[in-house]
Every structure is written in structure tokens, then in C-alpha cells.
Ligand binder design. Structure first.
Ligand SMILES: Cc1ncc(COP(=O)(O)O)c(C=O)c1O
Length: 329
């Protein structure tokens, strides 16, 4: 199992009760869409397709070539099994589940830093990218992405773009009305909408690829209650607009707070800031001793900070960062 943010129970070694943690270790929106009440039939009946979820997704994402899945993680694990062993490029640093899934399915995985990609596309069958990248926040120009898609799909290859955090960035989605061959876009309900526990995401791709993926995942992939709540979230344009506006402000506030603490972010987006520093491990530990959980990366030595969700949370972070500076050796 790979390490992830949000593992509060694993932080028990610091002896801080679960309820007292300020969890900044994920990029999940700390002010989530408020789920409407779930009708009892959503629990008691088998979920049915076209109960309004696919329609809401088509309207939100702008394509009917869209498949609900049990979190983008389900698609990340299933996609590599739809191809014969091939050469796959994944970004490093990046969300490690991509490399792990392709390797586990027997593919040859090359980990690439962002500036190596252009030169390597010709040697790949599949290129996986995150837009924006997690944890670096890096964005790719859509022009480059389109160019790489054309190059790969001309030889039967794929460009997989994981847009998990795209609503919290300035990037334009690659999803288009009729999804072309060789372009696969992943969208998560766990980040911008803050519904990580609903374990729902979407895959936009050419209809033939979606049919294969649907077959691989089997029936009733997304639970009834999750379908109900996610449908409501996708339809609530007023909530979406307000959340986008707030994330821009909160992302800037977090970046400024870190700059003030002498931890200038190397990159980020509205939902997280990434700080590359040789002192990442010690800062991680000191913050954890104050009950603030961040995401530590050993390689490269760095920390990812998610957003506090309340005024009290922001104050705690400011106080802990002040103390951090005081404690600097
Ligand atoms: C870049 C990226 N993609 C996908 C996922 C998986 O998200 P989910 O399965 O909740 O949709 C994560 C989770 O952290 C992520 O960071």
C-alpha cells in the first residue's frame, strides 16, 4: 500500500486524540458540498444507470462520453489492465498510484520530470499526466497536451490526463463534446466537491474505451447513496461558483501565510501548496506535535499543505508556523 494524506489514525503515535487534529495532509476541500438527505431506496435498491447521475455529469463535464466510477482510483487501477504490456511515462513527483498501477499490471514505467516529457513522448505508448500535478501544482499548456495526444493516438497510444484538482486551478479541461480515440480524462468528486468518502469519480473517453472500462469494472460500481449525493453536487451551480471563488482566495491566503513563515511554496493550486525544503521532515514532525498533520514527501524533500476549513484552523496554523520559526535550530 502506498502512503497517502488523510491517514489520521496512523498519526496516533503523536498521542493526540483523533478529534483534535487539524488535518492539512490532503488536498480535499475542507468546506465540502453539503449532502442532501438520501432516500431510503438509495440504500435498499440496486443502483440503476441513468437515474439522473449520468445526465448531471454530462451537463457538468460537457460530454456524454462519461462513465461514473468508484473514485478515480478505481479507473487508475483498471485502465492498465485494458492494454497489453507497453511503455508508460508518468510524472515524478506525482500521485504515485499511477506508476504503481501500471507497474503492477506488467507495463514498463518511466518516471519523468516535467521537462523530460516532450523529448520522451515518441518513446512511449501511454503518457499519464496530472493537470495540475499533485503535489507540485505544475500546469501543462493545453497546446502541448493536444500535440502529445495526437502523437500518441496516431500509433494507438493513450494520453491519460488526471484532472482531479482542475477546478482549483486556472487550467481548461481537455474534456470535449465527442471524446476522441486515445484521450482519457479522469475527474474526481473527492477534491473540489470535498466528497472523498463518496468514492465517486468520472472517466471521459471515447465510447469504445468506456465500454471496455465499464465491462472491466462490472455492474453497480458506484453505490446508490453516493450516486444521489454526487448528482446533487454536479447540479448545484451556485455552490460550485461560490466554492471556486473561495478556493482562489484561500489558496492565496495559504501561500502568503507560508511565505510569511519563510516557507515559500514551490507550487500549488487552490486546494494545496507544495513547499520544497530540506527541513521538510523536521517541520512535519513539529507541526504534528502541535496536532497539525501535513503530507511529507521524502523525495524530493517537501511538504504539502491543504487548506484549513475554519477560522480556528487558520489561527492554529499561523500560531504553529510562528512557533516553528521560533524553534528553528
Ligand atoms: C491526482 C490524484 N488523482 C486521483 C486521486 C484519487 O482520487 P479519488 O479516487 O478519490 O477520486 C487522488 C487522490 O488523492 C489524486 O491526488
Amino acid at each position: 500500500m502506498l502512503e497517502h494524506g488523510g491517514q489520521l489514525r496512523a498519526a496516533a503515535r503523536y498521542g493526540i486524540p483523533l478529534a483534535d487534529w487539524l488535518d492539512l495532509s490532503t488536498g480535499i476541500n475542507p468546506i465540502p458540498f453539503a449532502p442532501p438527505p438520501v432516500p431510503p431506496e438509495a440504500w435498499s435498491r440496486l443502483p440503476e444507470e441513468h437515474d439522473g447521475l449520468e445526465e448531471a455529469a454530462a451537463s457538468y463535464y460537457g460530454t456524454i462520453n462519461i462513465l461514473p466510477v468508484a473514485g478515480t482510483q478505481a479507473a487508475i487501477q483498471a485502465l492498465p489492465r485494458l492494454r497489453r504490456p507497453c511503455r508508460v511515462g508518468v510524472p515524478h513527483p506525482g500521485y504515485a498510484e499511477h506508476a504503481h498501477a501500471w507497474r503492477s499490471a506488467g507495463h514498463e514505467v518511466k518516471e519523468l520530470c516535467a521537462d523530460e516529457i516532450a523529448a520522451q513522448v515518441g518513446n512511449l505508448d501511454v503518457l499519464v499526466l496530472m493537470q495540475p500535478n499533485n503535489p507540485t501544482g505544475e500546469l501543462f499548456a493545453n497546446e502541448n497536451l493536444r500535440h502529445w495526444h495526437e502523437e500518441l493516438s496516431a500509433c494507438g497510444g493513450w494520453l491519460v490526463v488526471d484532472e482531479a484538482f482542475i477546478e482549483a486551478s486556472t487550467a481548461q479541461s481537455l474534456i470535449q463534446g465527442a471524446m476522441p480515440q486515445g484521450l482519457i480524462v479522469l475527474r474526481s468528486m473527492g477534491k473540489f466537491f470535498g466528497l472523498a468518502g463518496a468514492r465517486t469519480g468520472f472517466v471521459a473517453a471515447h465510447a469504445a474505451l468506456l465500454a471496455n472500462l465499464r465491462e472491466a469494472l462490472g455492474p453497480w460500481c458506484v453505490a446508490g447513496p453516493a450516486r444521489h449525493v454526487v448528482r446533487a453536487a454536479l447540479l448545484d451551480r451556485a455552490w460550485q461558483q461560490a466554492a471556486k471563488k473561495r478556493l482562489v482566495q484561500d489558496g492565496q491566503r495559504l501561500a502568503q501565510l507560508l511565505r510569511d513563515a519563510d516557507l515559500p511554496p514551490t507550487g500549488g493550486c487552490g486546494l494545496f501548496q507544495w513547499v520544497q525544503t530540506e527541513r521538510a521532515e523536521i517541520i512535519y514532525q513539529r507541526l504534528a506535535q502541535c496536532g497539525i498533520l501535513t503530507r511529507y514527501f521524502a523525495e524530493p524533500s517537501s511538504l504539502r499543505f491543504g487548506l484549513p476549513g475554519s477560522g480556528a484552523g487558520w489561527l492554529r496554523l499561523v500560531a504553529a508556523l510562528d512557533q516553528e520559526i521560533v524553534c528553528t535550530p
